[in-house]
Design a protein around this ligand. Structure first.
Ligand code: ZN
Length: 62
């Protein structure tokens, strides 16, 4: 198998994982409409609508 940039790709992944508690996801909060940091991400399964996402401290007021 050809290895194209395998080493640098692995290094990039480990960097993301190390910083995962402060990682900005592409999920948007249903309550405030802003993107959610991974450590604030709260996935909620809604019947008939699929997954919705909230900041952990915004879901209580939703
Ligand atoms: Zn929010």
């Amino acid at each position: 198998m050809a290895k194209k940039g395998g080493l640098s790709k692995t290094a990039r992944v480990s960097l993301v994982q190390r910083d995962s508690t402060n990682f900005l996801t592409d999920r948007v909060c249903m309550q405030c409409g802003e993107r959610i940091m991974l450590k604030e991400l709260l996935p909620v399964k809604v019947i008939g609508q699929g997954m919705q996402y909230y900041h952990k401290n915004h879901f209580a007021v939703a």
